[in-house]
Design a protein around this ligand. Structure first.
Ligand SMILES: [Zn+2]
Length: 54
């Protein structure tokens, strides 16, 4: 069973349909655990690794 939740920006509503009842295409919502800082965490780890190698 798919638990993909879609969102209509036009109606500000969540739906499971790829096209909202208003006719607009819905967008996939990001998982709640998505953290925008993760991409920087990757760089921080790389930096730390380089520091230890010196
Ligand atoms: Zn809509």
């Amino acid at each position: 069973m798919s638990s993909k939740i879609l969102y209509c920006k036009n109606c500000d509503k969540y739906t499971l349909k790829e096209t909202c009842s208003c006719g607009k295409k819905t967008v996939t919502t990001r998982p709640a655990k998505f953290n925008p800082e993760d991409k920087w965490g990757k760089y921080r780890r790389e930096y730390k690794k380089q520091q230890q190698a010196l």
